[in-house]
Design a protein around this ligand. Structure first.
Ligand SMILES: Nc1nc2c(ncn2[C@@H]2O[C@H](COP(=O)(O)OP(=O)(O)OP(=O)(O)O)[C@@H](O)[C@H]2O)c(=O)[nH]1
Length: 386
């Protein structure tokens, strides 16, 4: 891709030198039309008032990244973009792109959203039309079908159309805060007016055009829209100018990857300050039998009050112990009696209740002796408390 050298004024250069350099720069920009294999594409952006056409063009043409609040507080005049390619080097340079191995210069044309304005000048010789609506304004989507699409088909019947749902971030925004930050006379955005992506897709399907969503705030979808508008324009050009072999790799407009909404802020958990008086201190739990849920009996005399939660987190052995089924053993015995009555051979009783408890209790002490020692004599016998 041939890119005109970026030009900066040097302090030592004379005004005449500046003039010559500027002139050659402007001529260079006009040369795009004559460069071999650089496809100049005229893309007209239309749609209702204030749906975000100008912002979308600025995001592509000047890489303008704004915060939501800067965006809400400022306004860029419509038809800003039309002549910028001749006077602004950055805009011209950013118009150049390579899509599917084809070098292109994308000329974006902004238009008035007012339905009654005459836009035939803008539509003339357009290669692709980007038709915008706002996902926060159902009327603007309605007008896509009733007003904009018929107008496009009237003025440029052969130009491919791309449908774009702008201001996608409003679907996930705090609308109260957004409405507070908007200009005083701006119509407030209501949550029940926010359109689901399916609504845009349905209309796009009806019209037989590709559909994309964008947000200038979230910097989402801007490249998708214009790359695929370029694709649509190049495919249509390939049909007419079949000898242009460098267009053979151009793909049809691609599907857009879904937008990943921003994660909600993590919940705030306030940890209360530790109790000041010793009475409320957690250490009190150790002495209070009412709070204990385990009693450890040492040598059948000394009783220690304990808490399952502390024991289980301190040692995995306790954790396993507390997960064991220590249910009444009578049930087992009853089952065995029944089996005997029915004449079935008596199965070895499964380890449960106290057996398991004893085994687990002795495990800590005996595991190093590799099974030599067994039986209840190995350690203190825990007993579940009340
Ligand atoms: N939240 C959000 N607001 C946006 C976005 N794009 C544009 N806006 C808002 O929409 C307003 C109108 O945007 P413009 O780009 O001027 O709309 P337009 O379609 O060019 O409007 P006209 O020039 O009147 O036809 C801006 O002032 C912003 O407040 C976006 O992606 N997200």
């Amino acid at each position: 891709m041939g890119i005109a050298p970026s030009f900066r004024f040097q302090t030592s250069a004379s005004p005449m030198h500046h003039f010559i350099m500027l002139r050659s720069q402007l001529m260079d920009s006009d040369m795009d039309y004559e460069r071999p294999n650089v496809e100049t594409i005229k893309c007209v952006v239309v749609g209702d008032n204030a749906v975000g056409k100008t912002r979308l063009i600025c995001a592509r043409a000047c890489n303008a990244t704004l915060t939501q609040y800067q965006l809400l507080a400022t306004h860029v005049p419509t038809v800003w973009a039309i002549d910028q390619y001749r006077v602004c080097q950055e805009v011209l340079e950013r118009s150049r792109d390579v899509v599917d191995d084809v070098s292109v210069s994308l000329r974006l044309w902004d238009t008035f959203g007012d339905h009654h304005k005459d836009r035939r000048f803008a539509y003339g010789r357009s290669d692709v039309v980007v038709l915008c609506f706002s996902i926060a304004n159902p009327n603007s989507l309605h007008h896509v079908k009733t007003m904009w699409y018929p107008e496009i088909k009237h003025f440029c019947p052969r130009a491919p159309v791309i449908l774009v749902g702008c201001q996608l971030d409003l679907r996930y925004a705090d609308l109260e805060a957004v409405n507070r930050a908007r200009r005083p006379l701006a119509r407030p955005i209501k949550s029940n007016e926010i359109l689901a992506p399916e609504k845009g897709r349905e209309v796009a399907k009806e019209l037989g055009v590709p559909y994309y969503e964008t947000s200038v705030v979230a910097q989402f979808g801007v490249k998708d829209v214009f790359d695929n508008a370029i694709r649509a324009a190049l495919i249509s050009r390939r049909h007419l100018q079949f000898w242009k072999s460098h267009l053979r790799n151009v793909q049809r407009p691609l599907l857009q990857a879904p937008f990943l909404p921003p994660k909600p802020p993590p919940p705030i958990i306030t940890v209360p300050a530790p109790p000041s008086s010793t009475e409320e201190h957690p250490g009190r739990l150790l002495e209070d039998p009412l709070c204990a849920d385990v009693i450890l009996v040492l040598q059948e005399r000394q009783r220690l009050f304990a808490h399952k939660i502390y024991l289980a987190t301190a040692s995995s052995k306790f954790y396993d112990l507390f997960l064991m089924d220590l249910g009444p053993e009578e049930e087992e015995e009853e089952g065995a009696k029944k089996e005997e009555e029915e004449g079935r051979p008596r199965r070895a009783p499964p380890l449960c209740g106290r057996d398991l408890l004893m085994r687990a209790a002795s495990f800590d002490v005996c595991e190093s002796s590799e099974g030599e020692a067994t039986g209840p004599a190995c350690g203190p016998a825990p007993a579940t408390g009340p």
